[in-house]
Every structure is written in C-alpha cells, then in structure tokens.
Design a protein around this ligand. Structure first.
Ligand code: GLU
Length: 271
C-alpha cells in the first residue's frame, strides 16, 4: 500500500493492518514483510509476471533465510524513496532493502544495518546528447530526480543549484520524462541508472555519464531501537559476503549493466 503523507497516516495504516491481519513481524512461522523498490531494474524490480528481481531482492532473501524464513514466506512491499521511514515507523515492513543510503538525517528516524553496497550518484542523459558531461552543465537545465532521495538534495544544495529540478515520486516517472524530452537528465545512483540503461527496451536510448558525484552507502533500514534485529541483519550481511553469495548476487544483477561496482564495504553496524 502507499503510505499517506499526511498526519492521518497512523489511522489509515492501523486500519489496513487490521484488515489484512499482517504487519511487519509475524514471527518465523508467518510472513516477513520487506520493503523494496518495484521499479529499479537490477536493484529492486517487480517483473510483469509478479516475481521479483534485483540485488536488493537477493540481499533481502538472504537476510530472510538467516532470520528463519523461506523465500515463499517473504511478502515484498513496494516502497518509494520518500516512504521508507514511514513504512518502518508504522511497522508496515520488518526491514527495508531499497537502495537506501545511510545518512545522519535518516538515522534520526530509523536505524540501519550494513552498509552492504556502495553506489555513486551519476547522470543519465539521452544517447545523442553531448551537452552534459559534468554536474555544473545541469545549471539552467531541467533535471529529474526522485522525491525524498539524497540525489535530489545534493543537486539542490551543491551540485547544480541553478538546475530546474523536477522531483517525481518514482524513478520510472523520471525515465519517461527523460525519454520524452521534458528533462535533459535524470540523476540518482549509478546502480539504478545503469539498470535502466541496460533494459532491452531501452537499448540505444540513454547514456550513463559515468560520474561519481557522491558516495551512497546502502543500509538495511530497520525500526529505530531494534538493536536485536540490527545485530541479526549485520551477521547475515557478513555471512553473505564471506560465503560468496554477495559476489554472486552482484554478478547476477549488475553483470549486464554498463557499470563498475565497488567491492563489498566493511560492515560497521550501519553507523
Ligand atoms: N540511494 C539514494 C537514496 O537513498 C538514491 C536512490 C533512492 O532514492 O533510492 O536516497
């Protein structure tokens, strides 16, 4: 479900939970609700048939296994960048694995395990456009990013304060705006942009500039104060790196995308 932005969130979510009888934590016998992106190919993606793919999906599935859940017990819920804190605060999901960068501002509301991946903010433009090669080129141009993302904040505050920033709810809406020529570029993590560029239906349409405009340390978002879960997830992430599953998941999900990923980061309990 989409979490309302207004103050009525608690009441609405309370009703929804009563109706479905399922919250974020139903114990090892029940369902484990996990928040992922549904529209970030290679990272978190809902395939047309209803199955899920992406690096975050594989990381979440591994963590779930370590917590005692089989893949069929996982209920993946759609999160957008601006919903992640709310979903955790209202127990809609047990954890969030959704290209979720660890930041001090977010740590005021949620806790993180990890980090488990390092991405970098980059730019995606239309294939034939040679007018943008660096962040400053975005000044006085139209640029799309996603509401509630670090990328949008970085553009406004430092990268290109004179860019005209179109903030939309989802990455897929930005891609449409870019393809239709409503914006000159889209910015978010290279992991997400490379995934879009690598889609078969996007062949020849877009170009990843290849900049490293920020370091984005992905963490698993968990409800603030749940130190037990944080320790369990950190242990799972460490095991995933040690037993080779992390490398396998990176190869599987990012292998075909034109994007060089960093090695696995040191897991430091999300701080
Ligand atoms: N990783 C960045 C963030 O957490 C950008 C991608 C996203 O919004 O998911 O804000």
């Amino acid at each position: 479900m989409r979490v309302p932005k207004a103050g009525a969130a608690a009441a609405v979510i309370g009703l929804a939970l009563t109706a479905t009888g399922c919250g974020g934590d139903d114990g090892p016998q029940g369902t484990l609700s996990v928040g992922i992106k549904f529209d970030a190919p290679g990272v978190g993606y809902r395939e047309p048939g209803g199955t899920f793919s992406g690096f975050d999906v594989d990381v979440a599935t591994y963590i779930a296994k370590e917590l005692g859940y089989k893949p069929e017990q996982i209920s993946f819920k759609k999160v957008d960048s601006s919903d992640r804190e709310l979903l955790l605060q209202y127990n809609e999901v047990k954890f969030v694995a959704a290209s979720y960068s660890i930041s001090d501002k977010r740590k005021e509301k949620v806790d993180f395990a990890g980090p488990y991946f390092t991405a970098h903010q980059d730019l995606l433009v239309r294939a034939g456009d040679n007018s943008i090669t660096k962040a400053e080129d975005l000044n006085n141009k139209e640029l799309c990013s996603v509401t509630g993302s670090t990328s949008a904040q970085n553009v406004k505050q430092t990268l290109a304060p004179k860019a005209s920033l179109l903030e939309l709810q989802t990455h897929s809406e930005c891609i449409v705006a870019l393809e239709e020529g409503r914006v000159a570029a889209m910015t978010t993590d290279n992991s997400i942009l490379a995934g879009y560029a690598a889609r078969k239906e996007n062949a020849g349409k877009f170009k990843l500039i290849g900049l490293s405009l920020s370091n984005e340390s992905y963490g698993i978002g968990i409800k603030k104060g749940n130190k037990d879960l944080q320790a369990q997830v950190n242990a799972a992430l460490k095991k995933m790196v040690q037993d080779g599953s992390w490398d396998a998941a990176v190869k599987k999900n990012f292998g075909s995308a034109n994007f060089k990923h960093d090695p696995a980061p040191q897991i430091t309990t999300g701080s």
